[in-house]
Design a protein around this ligand. Structure first.
Ligand SMILES: C[S@@+](CC[C@H](N)C(=O)[O-])C[C@H]1O[C@@H](n2cnc3c(N)ncnc32)[C@H](O)[C@@H]1O
Length: 219
């Protein structure tokens, strides 16, 4: 893995696979297209920042592997990656991706909801692709609590949120949906107070997105 510096190209079929799953269940899939290379690079910055240490990394909500493909070549020697994906069809594709990259010895794909992931492992970096503000406030609480539990002290959680979704929702969503979205954003904001945050905008993605990092304060 460490010898390879360029991520493997994304198969064209991934875009269709993603769209198909979005049509089945837009709320859980959270997008209609995979993340761009630029967004994946921004999300994985905390992994590069820790090289060459042999860190433990968790990727949650990997979809068709747009971020995984960028992540794999960045893993330092001796690092381990757990990939968690709730959708069984995406999880099967991720297993194929890992097999094609010959990295089964350090990468494990779990078909699971990340908030229910059964593991004693703790991670230096968690890369989350979950559409957090699509969930109910109770789900946001459960997922964020599990992320904080799974992080090593001094670890980094990174995730993204699309820009402009509040405005789009204001045009099309029902009153109940607007209420749920606002409550989910408040729940997320509460968890952000558990540490130091930083964010940057990635314009080269459809739609553009804000990438966040949370460095929880010592518990
Ligand atoms: C917005 S997509 C991101 C996919 C990919 N990381 C990317 O950036 O292209 C969100 C993914 O999270 C998965 N997902 C949603 N809820 C999940 C959960 N609770 N645990 C694990 N995966 C989840 C969905 O199936 C979907 O593949």
């Amino acid at each position: 893995m460490t010898e390879q510096t360029t991520p493997p190209p994304r198969p064209r079929a991934d875009g269709w696979a993603f769209l198909r799953e979005a049509v089945r269940d837009l709320r859980t899939t959270g997008a209609v297209a995979p993340s761009s290379r630029a967004l994946a690079q921004a999300l994985t910055a905390p992994v590069r920042a820790r090289a060459p240490h042999p860190i433990d990394v968790l990727e949650a909500g990997a979809g068709t592997g747009a971020v995984t493909r960028v992540l794999l070549p960045q893993l330092p020697r001796g690092a381990r990656l757990d990939v968690v994906e709730a959708n069984p069809r995406f999880a099967a594709g991720l297993r194929d991706l890992v097999a094609a990259q010959h990295c089964e010895d350090r990468v494990t794909v779990h078909r699971a909801y990340v908030e229910e992931l059964a593991t004693d492992r703790r991670y230096d970096v968690i890369v989350s692709g979950l559409p957090l503000t699509n969930f109910t406030p109770a789900q946001v609480d459960r997922i964020m609590a599990r992320y904080l539990e799974l992080l090593h002290p001094g670890g980094t959680l990174t995730w993204f949120a699309y820009l402009g979704t509040r405005r789009a929702r204001a045009l099309f969503a029902t009153r109940a949906e607007l209420h749920r979205h606002a409550a989910a954003e408040r729940a997320l904001a509460t968890h952000l107070r558990s540490g130091r945050t930083a964010s940057r905008t990635v314009w080269a993605n459809l739609p553009p997105a804000r990438v966040w990092q949370l460095h929880p304060t010592a518990r």
